[in-house]
Design a protein around this ligand. Structure first.
Ligand SMILES: Cc1cc2nc3c(=O)[nH]c(=O)nc-3n(C[C@H](O)[C@H](O)[C@H](O)COP(=O)(O)OP(=O)(O)OC[C@H]3O[C@@H](n4cnc5c(N)ncnc54)[C@H](O)[C@@H]3O)c2cc1C
Length: 386
């Protein structure tokens, strides 16, 4: 075992854990009840993450980021997963897509995002195109050297009003052996650009206080410098950088599952019925045992995926398996915890109902469980030509 690496890892975990426990846990309840994160609390989390070197820790050192590898990042995400996304997202990890910025885009978008001066949104989902990304209607047509963007996006999330959005739009179609396929291009669109309306959208009951935005584009004129990456390669670009996103969801789910299991265990050991702690009844104790097995397996799967990613051999199916397994493991633990708490599990004054609501989202965003299973099925059947 590399002792130096292990000491560094322990230090990283204890630093992030202390940060989450002291600056986020105390605000969870009020944020959930109010439905928003007060600006001063969000800014304090942002400032502490900068002091600790955790802000933009996912981006390379040469652009001012923390330069952390996949292993340390998975440990950080696991600790952040223990609390609400509404709070932990203020300790930002700007999207790796920004690494595709070129020329003056680096000064206008990448570096300000790394320094915490600008916040971005990742805008793919539309009201009529969720799982079916290729059903997108948002489009951009050329007008000389410029582009004219039209359409709308929803469920686009972030901790606060953004400064710009990375917007995916159809910019034509390519002929393929399976018929025409939309060309999708990523654009950097500043909030405040004429014709771009960015407003808060509907409120989600998971991670209350984490905002979703609606984006509307009405003949928004964009110069050639607003294209991120290559024209027509937007989905390849997002796929390249966001494969790891599903691993981070997995790590997040492990952290949250651990915290829920701890609470359920304490309750099972202290709540008495029929003169015994309820954990002594097999039906309750086995829920804890199954939860512990699921969490152990999920942690190992995340570790395995990180190792594969480090070796450059992680596939889309690997990432999909982590996303399905870890989010469903969390869903089961959260639901079992409510059962262990009995009626108290659903009372507002107990945190369990909040964790149950928060956990539900993990099976939906970043691609639903069904879509992940499609990806896995395809990887199994395609080699057989089916
Ligand atoms: C809080 C929150 C934050 C989000 N943040 C962002 C963000 O920042 N950026 C962004 O771009 N998106 C974001 N999303 C969108 C998210 O990724 C989508 O909600 C998700 O991909 C599912 O799309 P949908 O909600 O339109 O569901 P739908 O696609 O309408 O799916 C509804 C149901 O049908 C099932 N289904 C659909 N197609 C199939 C199929 N072929 N086979 C089997 N089942 C199928 C789905 O699995 C699901 O169960 C966010 C969503 C939420 C709720």
């Amino acid at each position: 075992m590399n002792m130096e690496a292990s000491v560094e890892t322990d230090l990283l975990i204890s630093t992030v854990r202390r940060f989450v426990e002291t600056e986020m846990y105390p605000h969870e309840e009020e944020v959930d009840q109010m439905g928003y994160v007060p600006e001063d609390i969000g800014r304090q989390i942002e400032a502490t993450s900068q002091e600790l070197g955790l802000f933009a820790c996912n981006l390379p050192e040469e652009v001012g980021g923390g330069g952390l590898g996949y292993g340390p990042m998975s440990l950080i995400e696991r600790e952040y997963g223990k609390t609400s996304h509404a709070l932990q997202s203020w300790a930002a990890r700007p999207t790796e897509l920004l690494m595709a910025c070129e020329g003056d885009q680096r000064e206008r978008y990448l570096f300000p995002a790394v320094r915490g001066e600008k916040r971005e949104l990742f805008a793919l989902t539309e009201p009529d195109a969720g799982s079916d990304v290729m059903g997108m209607k948002t489009n951009a047509r050329r007008d000389g050297d410029d582009w004219i963007l039209n359409g709308s996006k929803h469920f686009i999330s972030g901790p606060c009003m953004p400064d710009f959005a990375i917007v995916f739009a159809a910019t034509g179609a390519d002929e393929t052996p399976r018929g025409p396929r939309k060309r999708v291009t990523a654009f950097l669109v500043d909030v405040g650009t004429p014709g771009f309306d960015c407003r808060e959208g509907t409120k989600c009951v998971s991670y209350r206080g984490y905002k979703t935005f609606e984006l509307h584009f009405d003949n928004v004129r964009l110069g050639p410098g607003q294209v991120l990456g290559e024209e027509g390669r937007g989905l390849e670009l997002s796929g390249k950088w966001l494969g790891m996103g599903r691993i981070w969801v997995g790590a997040t789910c492990c952290g949250k599952a651990e915290r829920i299991l701890e609470m359920a265990t304490e309750w099972a050991a202290s709540r008495k019925q029929f003169g015994k702690p309820i954990g002594a009844f097999q039906a309750t104790g086995f829920r804890l045992a199954d939860g512990a097995i699921g969490l152990r397996a999920a942690d190992l799967m995340v570790k395995d995926a990180v190792a594969r990613a480090e070796q450059g051999v992680m596939s889309d199916a690997d990432a999909a398996m982590i996303k399905v397994f870890c989010s469903e493991m969390l869903g089961k633990i959260a639901d079992d915890a409510v059962q262990i708490y009995g009626g108290m599990g659903l009372m507002e004054e107990m945190p369990i109902q909040r964790f149950w609501r928060d956990s539900r989202l993990e099976r939906i965003w970043d691609g639903t469980s069904e879509i992940q299973r499609h990806i896995i099925t395809r990887s199994i059947l395609r080699p057989l030509g089916a």
